[in-house]
Design a protein around this ligand. Structure first.
Ligand code: PRP
Length: 215
């Protein structure tokens, strides 16, 4: 399989993101019945009517598939796009999955941030954390990569603060933490392979126009 064929191939982040994306696509006439079976373990789906193909991958792998042209288009959170830093075009904000990337911690850590102390920062997003502290704030920090439940970091004394996604804020509240600084807003974005943009530009532009009308 290679994506430089008649099909428009989409890589979608597995889970909530792919469900939301397919809801949206259905409204503009792109649907894939096979994908609706919740018990299915299948990872790739083809719709012959619309000449589209969808595959489901882990979120952080979506920009990789798109950069290498295995998928023409990807749908993934802006957090992942910033963290993976791949050679892809970001062409559309899909508006769902809205949240914020923030520096969070106990209230007591705000002094350390203010005085640019050398603090420890735990995050699932070491690239974003490094870019923010080193380049934007000019603050030298030690970054510790974690893979989830990052809020534990400051609680168990691993780190002073975390860089993480905040949606409703309830995870922070329930763990006695708070937003100390906001890094950037996030939401689901559509990304495109640069060669696909050349070769399949008309189809991609038509898709974007339809989605924009809907949004
Ligand atoms: C994300 C994020 C926060 C939480 C924020 O974690 O890392 O922990 O959601 O949401 P809230 O502000 O609405 O509470 P996720 O559920 O993806 O799991 P993870 O901790 O394993 O990354």
């Amino acid at each position: 399989m290679n994506s430089y064929d008649d099909y428009l191939t989409f890589a979608l982040g597995k889970g909530r993101l792919s469900n939301k994306t397919m809801e949206l696509f259905e409204k503009i006439g792109i649907s894939c019945e096979e994908m609706k079976d919740p018990s299915s373990r299948k990872l790739i789906f083809t719709s012959e009517d619309t000449k589209t193909r969808f595959f489901l991958s882990k979120g952080p792998d979506v920009p990789t598939y798109v950069e290498y042209g295995a998928a023409d288009i990807g749908v993934v959170g802006r957090d992942t796009i910033l963290e993976e830093n791949r050679n892809v075009y970001e062409i559309l904000d899909l508006g769902f999955g809205k949240c914020r990337m923030c520096v969070c911690g106990p209230e007591s850590a705000s002094e350390k941030l203010l005085h640019h102390e050398r603090i420890r920062v735990a995050s699932k997003y070491p690239v974003i954390a490094k870019e923010y502290f080193n380049n934007k704030k000019n603050q030298t920090v030690d970054i510790i990569k974690l893979n989830g439940s990052v809020e534990l970091g400051p609680i168990v004394g691993l780190a002073d603060v975390i860089v993480d996604i905040v949606e409703t804020g309830s995870t922070l509240r329930e763990n006695g933490l708070t937003v100390l600084e906001e890094i950037c807003p996030l939401s689901a974005r559509m990304i495109v392979n640069p060669v696909s943009m050349q070769l399949k530009g008309d189809r991609i532009r038509e898709l974007v126009i339809k989605l924009k009308e809907l949004l």
